[in-house]
Design a protein around this ligand. Structure first.
Ligand code: DQA
Length: 143
């Protein structure tokens, strides 16, 4: 089995971007952490894009290939109805889509307190650093 781990805008800068908020690990470190966590038979397909259209296309791909999704929508969390509708396609297809955040957006600026994605996600995990992704993958594997 395969798990799509999708990351939105600016997350390609992890490691150097606001380390006091997001930690010092980069996306390669995140991938290594997840690969070490899952059984050998599970493929971690980790991707990042700054483009809304590309992220939406990956969610369509998840539907077409019946692949569970861990999604960090990054700033799109707060305003992208297009991404929300694509996320709804995934969960309406009966596939898990877990929204994750490295930081806890509720402790931060007001505009981060709302997520347009959460209402169509299977669940939301925020505030545990890269552990948010690990908890999401754990749920997909073990319930
Ligand atoms: C984030 C939180 C968002 O508010 C922010 O725009 C990000 C990262 C997080 O993982 O904590 O880019 O999704």
């Amino acid at each position: 089995p395969r798990i799509l781990v999708l990351n939105g805008p600016n997350l390609g800068r992890l490691g150097s971007r606001e380390p006091e908020v997001y930690g010092s690990g980069n996306l390669e470190d995140l991938e290594a952490l997840l690969v070490a966590f899952v059984p050998e038979t599970t493929q971690i397909d980790l991707r990042q894009t700054n483009e809304e259209a590309e992220l939406i296309g990956w969610l369509h791909e998840a539907v077409d290939t019946a692949t569970p999704v861990v999604l960090n929508p990054a700033a799109f969390t707060h305003y992208s109805y297009g991404l929300r509708d694509a996320a709804a396609l995934v969960t309406k297809a009966g596939l898990p889509l877990i929204e994750v955040h490295i930081s806890n957006p509720h402790t931060r600026e007001e505009f981060r307190h709302d997520s347009v994605i959460s209402g169509v996600a299977t669940g939301v995990i925020a505030g545990f650093g890269f552990g948010s992704y690990r908890l999401a993958v754990d749920h997909i594997l073990h319930g």
